[in-house]
Design a protein around this ligand. Structure first.
Ligand code: MEV
Length: 437
């Protein structure tokens, strides 16, 4: 059977499934059953999910968990997290509890500017282009009014548009570099619509401008940037060094020193920094997903920011001064709490309600805190017990499920591993022993 098809998107859902199953699966009935068992019996809800994207054939579940006890700027939150990795919610919850007893997290939004660019080619004199831009700029803004007026009423809109000369990088290459305030919206559609309007006004305005007759402007593309170094949030925890006293295998002073060394290593060593920041993103992505935000945009922007000084580096930092341990994160997060999926996906709505219907600024702080907490938990394990102890404890259930352990086997094995080290082979051995006895 041919593996290519035309008109796939026009087929009904069940015809799409038939084609996929007949083309790719030897056990067709089993494949069909798996696909269909994830359909929601609530037809309206299923239709909603079907219509999020093209060619939906089923739903893809992720666990939706909650990490309680997050004290952020003196308010308590239970943070919703959508993530598949066994230990992440447990680690976040543990870190939240640890800092709950030590004053909680402090967070602040530093700035909320977002950026979009019209990239274009121009083959004439730069001074002429500058003069033309000065002339056309008020019209660019005026012609975008139908798009911007509602945002402006709420206090946002276009902050600035600049002409940027990029001819040192590529011959004839220039940009309109625009900054926006999009308030509680992530703003991608708003920004992209504005930029396409800017490009149109900019290009067509040339026809009526004396001085640009023998030149051409070719618009290459108009698109927002997911690099948002000016949409920045900071979160922090601090306490007296002596209060870092949870683990009796290490003194608080030694813990603080080792912790700072671990952060310092991530600041200077890219191989470590990537894993360190991955741990931070375990927390942030889980919140971003649960609240219906675009985790790919967030990931791209965060990692670009982590390399802003020319070498990939840690997003968190730590210090001890006057016996006060401080640990903080500064991170760009362009998030929204209106628009997109936020008003559509029932679990996203529920997440936002659980967070007390936050503004985008509040959600930026919550997500940054989740990242900081995750990094604290990871570094605490890494510098004391090692990561595998906690991780494998949480992963135990996955191994048991791989072996189709029943409830009685699960109970016995979990009990056994309360006092024994979990490894894959140790779990297999105990399952085999149980089953043969
Ligand atoms: C695993 O998902 C994340 C960690 O590797 C993060 C880290 O090493 O800091 C534990």
């Amino acid at each position: 059977m041919s593996k290519s098809i035309s008109g796939f998107s026009k087929l009904s859902k069940s015809k799409k499934i038939d084609w996929i199953v007949n083309t790719y699966f030897s056990n067709k009935e089993e494949a069909k059953t798996i696909l269909k068992q994830y359909w929601n019996s609530n037809e309206k809800l299923q239709q909603l999910h079907d219509e999020f994207i093209e060619n939906t054939i089923t739903n893809y579940y992720l666990p939706f968990g909650v990490a309680p006890n997050f004290l952020i700027n003196d308010d308590l939150y239970s943070i919703p997290m959508a993530i598949e990795e066994s230990s992440v919610v447990a680690a976040a919850s543990k870190a939240a509890k640890f800092w709950l007893d030590r004053g909680g997290f402090k967070a602040e939004v530093i700035s909320t500017k977002k950026i979009g660019q019209v990239h274009f080619m121009y083959n004439g004199n730069y001074d002429t282009l500058k003069a033309y831009f000065k002339h056309i700029k008020p019209q660019i803004i005026a012609k975008a009014k139908p798009i911007t007026k509602n945002m402006e009423k709420r206090g946002g809109g276009i902050l600035n548009i600049e002409l940027v000369n990029k001819t040192q990088s590529i011959d004839n290459y220039y940009q309109l570099h625009a900054t926006f305030e999009t308030l509680d919206a992530m703003g991608a559609n708003f920004i992209n619509s504005c930029l396409e309007s800017f490009a149109d006004t900019f290009k067509t305005g040339v026809d009526n401008y004396v001085g640009m007759e023998n030149t051409t402007i070719h618009i290459v593309m108009s698109i927002l940037s997911n690099y948002v170094p000016e949409c920045l949030v900071r979160a922090e925890v601090s306490c007296k060094v002596e209060e870092l006293n949870e683990d009796d295998t290490i003194s608080p002073q030694d813990f603080a020193n080792k912790f700072m060394q671990a952060v310092r290593i991530a600041e200077v060593e890219p191989y470590r920094a990537v894993t360190h920041n991955k741990g931070i993103m375990n927390g942030i992505d889980a919140v971003v997903l649960a609240t219906g935000n675009d985790f790919r945009a967030v990931e791209a922007g965060v990692h670009a920011y982590a390399s802003r000084n020319g070498s990939y580096s840690s997003l968190t930092h730590a210090s001890v001064e006057n016996d006060i341990f401080k640990f903080w994160i500064e991170i760009p997060l362009a998030l929204g709490t209106v628009g997109g999926l936020t008003g559509l996906h029932p679990l996203v709505k529920l997440s936002l309600e659980m967070l007390n219907k936050p503004s985008a600024r509040e959600l930026m702080m919550i997500a940054a805190v989740a990242g900081l907490a995750q990094n604290f938990a990871a570094l605490r394990s890494l510098t004391t017990t090692g990561i595998q102890q906690g991780h494998m404890k949480m992963h135990l259930m996955n191994i048991l499920n791989q072996f189709n352990a029943n409830d009685i086997e699960k109970m016995a094995i979990i009990e056994h591993f309360k006092t024994n080290m979990v490894t894959h082979s140790a779990v297999v051995e105990i399952i085999e022993n149980l089953r043969s006895s």
